[in-house]
Design a protein around this ligand. Sequence first.
Ligand code: ATP
Ligand code: MG
Length: 248
Amino acid sequence: MIPKNHPRAKSLLVREKLVAGYEKGLVAKEGLIAHGRGEAFDYLLGEKTSKNAEKAIKTAALSLISAKSPVISVNGNVASLCAKEIIQLAKIINAKIEVNLFYANQKRKKRIARILKINGAKKVLGVDSKSAKKIPKLDSARRIVDTSGIYSADVILVPLEDGDRTLMLKKFGKKVITFDLNPLSRTAQTADITIVDDISRGMRKLIQICRKLKKSKVKQHNSFDNKRNLVEAVKEIKKNLEKRAIHA
Ligand code: ATP
Ligand code: MG
């Protein structure tokens, strides 16, 4: 049990959720390591949603609301940390949900789909091999996606994704939105919109803003430069490091 007054209680609870996901067979071992890397950056970012993350969230919400066929790509980490939120977001933006694993494993895919369904998803793509399709002209074994999901999507939310796959989706002409706490990762650098925030924290904000925008029927896009926004994230880390060093 984590004491409520522990200074890092929220982050430790997120860690516990991921470990529980691993124990249920949703998360790969490598997923635990990826989370550790994310935690380290979250620590350096002060474990809060920064201004640049808020800006990226707003831009992402506008893109998702106005997309023709948005898809949310889910892996084991995402399903363990925010299954409920994924379903909420999918309903608001009218998105399809597709299970897409870096370390492909049919059993794990099915378990993830089940968790999503328990949390209210009516349909989960990416599990039935009959509707699988290969992204053309790419050799990677990981180019297999669902015909009516990622294959035909215009905007894809792919949180906590590997750089090679993000690059592949970009080459395939997709607009990519991601959550990635490391502003220097290849995914962060390749995506169109990178939300440098912990997914559990940032997803709730993304849902709030999508809800608001949907009601107000806003269609207009704000100006957004992903590279510049990532530089802001790096500056935030530097500022926090200096602040902590002074108080150390
Ligand atoms: P890349 O392949 O993009 O160069 P990488 O190989 O360092 O990055 P991966 O394991 O492929 O890392 O991707 C996972 C990414 O997700 C990492 O950049 C990690 O920092 C980030 N991440 C992990 N947990 C979270 C989380 N809870 N919220 C947001 N981002 C996270
Ligand atoms: Mg990687």
